[in-house]
Write a protein that binds this ligand. Sequence first.
Ligand code: MG
Length: 220
Amino acid sequence: MPSEIRLQTGNSVSAVRIENIFCIGRNYAAHIAELGNRPSESPVVFLKPTSALNTGPIIDLPAHSADVHFETELVFLVGKGGKNISEADALAHVSGVALGLDLTARDLQNQNKKLGLPWATAKGFDDSASLSNFVPLSQVGELNSLEFFLHVNGEQRQHGKVCNMIYSVPTLIAYLSQVFTLQAGDLIYTGTPEGVAALKSGDHLRLTLPGQIDCEFSVA
Ligand code: MG
């Protein structure tokens, strides 16, 4: 459970202390459909504790769930905090980009949704915020043309395209900063594309942002 992550810029590596972990739900239409959810009129926001962070290479599944799903997401590191940030300024507040797994205890989440209860135990357990290394935002090129992939045991299971996000990254940052004062070291998980499914012991996951990030995890 590291609360510090490393940000690589060229040849230098800096340590960044993680503050809040914001997560966005229901940001890709095909994923909303696969879970039988309805699109939301404003971004769906939840948080994870920093104890959920895991930079790999092992994922330990929690004992309190029998149905932990992978959700591969683009993750943004806030480099400069602020309140009421405009969409036009939003990307100037981002320092890094990573791929993350918003691991979800789907059995508990479904139960909690039915009962109208919070998602913390379904979304915030140890290792539920698994993360690749970060690369600088300035290094990844045009944000809207980014695509990312998850392979499980060598088979492609998720293929995300930033252009398919319902709420763009600048919109999400502007929205979050109206509600929360963003701080340097905050993470923003931006939602998963379709293809989510359960993990099992022995699974091997490979997350790629072609040319930028290539990161592997094994499920214990
Ligand atoms: Mg998610």
